[in-house]
Design a protein around this ligand. Structure first.
Ligand code: ATP
Ligand code: MG
Length: 211
């Protein structure tokens, strides 16, 4: 895990102080991963214990979506996969934007991780008939077994098959997504296959008026 990576890198830096600078990217990635884990653990815990405040605002969907697409764009280019945004981007959504941004970030992180090279990852948003907002992140590639679909949102579930990331995750991202969406009074589900018999999509609906 990342703490061991930092430990070994520090040992090597001690043995070879001249080459120490070459360990900086490794150390930075490891510390980012630890930071991400700590945030997710705290948020899951706060959401579960009902101690997460909801800072509701009326914001255009684009202002939630764009920072996340900019952040994951680097990941997508490195892979490479193409991020394809469709739907009603200027529709105003009533939500806690910081929380919803992180839901989208987790879904895109998973989708980009599992998407085949040079495939398209879709991010679609539309108003529901009830005045809420439906958001769907879909990728091509491997499907998720039907029996696993309902369990993915439980803590530490990793769904079987190869992990979505090369370094592996903790199986907490989708738990955070479910709790954050439910905190708004919304719902989230997994759909697989997504298109042409392949891939998976994760779709969440935020109500017009968060609870
Ligand atoms: N788009 C997807 N396609 C196929 N499987 C997926 C997809 N998204 C998630 N999964 C499966 O669901 C599991 C749980 O996802 P989740 O995001 O909760 O955890 P993780 O990505 O493994 O770790 P992390 O806590 O870092 O997010 C993944 O390990 C993977 O098996
Ligand atoms: Mg994840």
């Amino acid at each position: 895990n990342s703490v061991c990576v930092i430990d070994s890198a520090l040992d090597m830096m001690e043995q070879d102080p001249v080459g120490a600078a070459s360990f900086v990217p490794l150390l930075r990635r490891a510390s980012q991963r630890i930071g991400h884990l700590v945030c997710t653990l705290l948020d899951v815990n706060r959401l579960e214990s009902g101690a997460m405040p909801l800072r509701v605002q009326d914001v255009p969907w684009a202002s939630v979506c764009e920072p996340v697409l900019a952040e994951t764009g680097l990941l997508a280019r490195a892979k490479p996969v193409v991020l394809n945004r469709t739907g009603e981007n200027h529709t105003v959504v009533r939500c806690d934007p910081a929380l919803v941004e992180r839901v989208l970030l987790n879904l895109l992180d998973n989708a980009i991780g599992v998407a085949p090279d040079r495939s398209i990852v879709d991010v679609h948003a539309e108003r529901t008939a009830e005045g809420g907002m439906l958001v769907r992140v879909g990728n091509r590639g491997r499907t998720i077994a039907p029996e696993v679909l309902p369990t993915l949102f439980r803590k530490y579930r990793q769904g079987g098959g190869a992990p979505v990331k090369r370094l592996g995750g903790w199986g907490l991202g989708l738990t955070f997504c479910r709790l954050a969406v439910e905190r708004h009074g919304g719902t989230i589900r997994a759909i697989s296959p997504y298109v042409d018999g392949e891939g998976a999509a994760f779709e969440f609906v935020l109500p017009a008026e968060p609870k």
